[in-house]
Design a protein around this ligand. Structure first.
Ligand code: ARG
Length: 471
């Protein structure tokens, strides 16, 4: 049931069963077939892109001598009116096959028989690929704005939290003391990469398929350069068979969205931990917390839990799209109709998740005393090893000696500094002195001043470099 262009027998204008391809069939599709095949419930939202694409198309048809200037104007205005009807929520219970069919049927209502000239030289194959790409360009801009806003929110919190020190974790174990800002910025840099990825995907999306016809090129000598320019694409596609069956841009955008969702999921997961009763490093604001129907004391981090979960759904969509494409021959197969529900769902999900997470991050309060209270002196074990290295001990040996000190402290049930002089001296002669000079957790952070480190200046340098990049 390929759609190779205008039907031989034009469908009855104004009929509710307007169809773009009925001519060669004796019977309309069965209800069961239509229920599976129809995509209007998914692609209705492409109406602005469909109208824009058609208005560019009729201009190209006029240039190619298919339409007179007057016809083009009538069609253009008719399409404007169709757009107004759809923007106003019209045709809510339309039963057309898809948005392209609905727009054409409404155009018949607006301008009569002349509507039959709209689809000259065009196929729904190049039409839908064009509409979808136009939609993606807008989606990318919206995603970029939301990712940027979340980054700005993290940066604001980081600036406020530059002097808060908490345990930094690897493997869920206390590892080294870090600044709260350092942790927040660890979730901000991934967003920089996300925005770079969106820009790269945008480049890929901005290739115009219109003028490819069904698979072999258009039979009308349309000026594809004019179409490209009118619709704001960067390039025209190079092969009509490829262009009508290419959904790489959908996969790539799905991947970019999945990466964003994954980053937000990791941030969410960490915030769930930090807001727990046991950690208590952060307090969520009332308007971004939820209660329990049974447990009156609860302040649940649903926003972060949902952010954590949404990434799985998006990943599912990415995998489904790739799985849909694998094994398909070049050119359009109806399988490709699935591209829209998968991408729309992923983008919608991201555009709901990002503002909620941003709001929660804006409003959360760090709890400095809980951060401080959680710092265990063993976090300074690396500093002890570094000091032994400064005293001339090779690092591998210093690491072992500091480890022994930690074990001794554990056995005695005391802190590193609490290990008696003679016991420390027995481990290494330089240790008693090193322990007496061992600094605070804050000083420990200051010892890591390499670019990207957690020392105040290094974090400030990160902040400076990030601030120009977000809204
Ligand atoms: N609704 C279809 C889609 O989204 C439009 C293209 C239909 N093309 C065809 N040859 N039947 O993919």
């Amino acid at each position: 049931m390929s759609d190779g262009g205008a039907s031989e027998n034009p469908p009855t204008p104004l009929s509710a069963s307007h169809q773009l391809w009925g001519g060669r069939f004796a019977k309309p599709p069965s209800e069961a077939m239509a229920a599976l095949n129809d995509s209007l419930w998914i692609d209705r939202r492409l109406w602005p892109q469909d109208i824009r694409g058609s208005q560019a198309w009729i201009e190209a048809l006029e240039h190619a001598g298919i339409l007179s200037a007057a016809e083009r104007q009538t069609l253009h205005e008719g399409l404007d009116r169709v757009g107004e009807r759809l923007a106003g929520g019209g045709e809510a219970d339309a039963t057309d096959e898809d948005i392209h069919t609905l727009v054409e049927r409404l155009l018949y209502e607006e301008v009569g028989e002349l509507a039959g000239k709209l689809h000259t030289g065009r196929s729904r194959n190049d039409q839908v690929a064009t509409d979808h790409r136009l939609w993606c360009l807008e989606a990318i801009a919206a995603l970029d704005t939301e990712v940027s806003r979340l980054g700005a929110s993290l940066i604001t919190q980081a600036r406020a939290g530059i002097d808060l020190v908490l345990p930094g974790y690897t493997h869920g174990q206390q590892a080294q003391a870090v600044r709260w800002a350092h942790v927040l910025l660890a979730h901000t840099w991934p967003l920089v990469r996300d925005r770079e990825r969106l820009a790269a995907v945008r480049h890929r999306v901005a290739e115009l398929p219109l003028g490819s016809g069904a698979l072999a090129g258009s039979g009308v000598a349309v000026d594809r350069e004019l179409l490209r320019e009118r619709l704001g694409f960067d390039r025209v596609s190079n092969n009509a068979l490829d262009a009508t069956g290419d959904r790489d841009f959908v996969v790539e955008l799905l991947f970019a969205v999945t990466m964003i969702a994954t980053h937000v999921s990791r941030l969410g997961g960490e915030m769930v931990t930090y807001s727990s009763t046991e950690y208590g490093f952060i307090k969520l604001s009332d308007d971004f917390s939820t209660g329990s129907s049974l447990l009156p004391q609860k302040r649940n981090p649903d926003v972060f839990e949902l952010a954590r979960a949404k990434a799985s759904r998006t990943l599912g969509n990415l995998v489904a799209m790739l799985a849909t494409m694998r094994g398909l021959p070049a050119g359009y197969s109806k399988d490709l109709q699935e591209d829209k529900s998968l991408l729309f769902d992923a983008v919608d999900t991201a555009l709901v998740t990002l503002p909620a997470v941003r709001g929660a991050m804006d409003a959360l309060e760090p709890v400095p005393e809980r951060m401080r209270g959680a710092l265990q002196e063993s976090l300074l074990a690396t500093d002890v090893a570094d000091d032994l290295v400064a005293a001339g001990v090779p690092f591998r040996e210093a690491h072992g000696l500091a480890g022994k000190l930690v074990r001794t402290a554990e056995e005695l049930g005391t802190s590193l500094r609490g290990v008696p002089r003679d016991r420390a001296d027995a481990i290494h002669a330089a240790l008693p002195d090193i322990l007496s000079r061992l600094g605070s957790f804050e000083e420990s952070t200051q010892r890591r001043a390499t670019a990207g480190g957690t020392a105040r200046e290094a974090v400030l340098a990160q902040l400076e470099s990030l601030e120009g990049r977000f809204l």
